[in-house]
Design a protein around this ligand. Structure first.
Ligand code: NAP
Length: 260
């Protein structure tokens, strides 16, 4: 805990994304900011930042409120993945309850370009259905947590990319695993999709550049993409770049007052 006499700005960054790591590096260079980066603990070997880190859930809205109070957090930046909706909702509620200013760092969603063959769906169960009845060779670029949702579609052969090697059997019968950590590049992803003879890609619409390579690779190869739309999160002030967050941190007013 930071001593009460410490005049630095106490900042909590909710992380788990490349943007959160970039923001952590930027605030590390600011002596007036005393920041902590929070990870959910899903990745076995998270890339630790140059600022203090904490790992694990807070215990819902009540737990986050306790944390904000105990650590005398003055600002929160939600730099979680756009699909980490629960954490983002908790942050909106907890920050409102204790009067702590909250800003979300979130990239705009990817947009289909002319020639793209996107099938847009609202959630992962709908993505499993959208793959169709005919057996296909599917690249699942969705992480480990929701693979079981594709167990209803075992007619397909899957290629799954994971940050950590799987600890046990996956819920898919025909599955190859590639273990790799982003950011990824377009040429490598094109080679990966081609070498596994992938004919359709499933992706969450994360936006930003850290995970876009698979979308560009699918574009290059003329492959269809089942694109999962983002979940709804309560309205909150949002910016799209680390520079905009740093600007917000440099000012006293809340982003709402400043029209962010
Ligand atoms: P989620 O469903 O929104 O969160 C579930 C619970 O995990 C939260 O209620 C919270 O537990 C805990 N949690 C999530 N993010 C946390 C953080 N940064 N620090 C501390 N606790 C956190 O989130 P998720 O979709 O499981 O994602 C988990 C993490 O992976 C997030 O940090 C996210 O940025 C990252 N990530 C997610 C995706 C994705 O597609 N969902 C992709 C890439 C990275 P308590 O209620 O106990 O506080």
């Amino acid at each position: 805990m930071t001593p009460r006499s410490d005049p630095r700005l106490r900042l909590l960054i909710l992380g788990g994304t490349a943007d959160a790591s970039r923001l952590a590096a930027a605030v590390a260079a600011e002596p007036r900011i005393d920041a902590v980066l929070s990870f959910a603990g899903r990745t076995e070997t998270p890339k630790l930042p140059s600022i203090p880190a904490r790992i694990g859930g807070f215990g819902g809205v009540a737990g986050l409120i306790d944390y904000l109070r105990a650590e005398r957090i003055a600002r929160v930046v939600d730099a979680t993945h756009p699909f980490a909706a629960q954490m983002s909702r908790n942050a909106v509620e907890a920050c409102a309850a204790v009067g702590v200013a909250l800003l979300a760092l979130e990239r705009a969603p990817w947009q289909a370009q002319s020639g793209d063959r996107w099938i847009e769906v609202d959630n992962l169960p709908a993505a499993a259905v959208a793959l169709g009845a005919e057996p296909r060779r599917v690249f699942l670029g969705i992480g480990r947590q929701n693979l079981d949702l594709f167990a209803v579609a075992q007619q397909h052969a899957y290629l799954v990319r994971l940050v950590d090697p799987p600890r046990g059997p996956l819920p898919l019968t025909q599955v190859d695993v590639v273990v790799a950590r982003g950011p990824f590049d377009r040429a490598s992803d094109r080679a990966l999709l081609a070498s596994h003879r992938i004919d359709i890609v499933v992706a969450k619409n994360a936006g930003g550049d850290a995970a876009v390579a698979k979308i560009e690779a699918a574009r290059d190869l003329g492959l269809p993409v089942v694109m999962v739309r983002r979940p709804q999160i309560l309205p909150r002030p949002t910016v799209a770049s680390v520079a905009d967050v740093m600007d917000w941190l440099a000012h006293d007013s809340s982003p709402t007052e400043r029209g962010v």
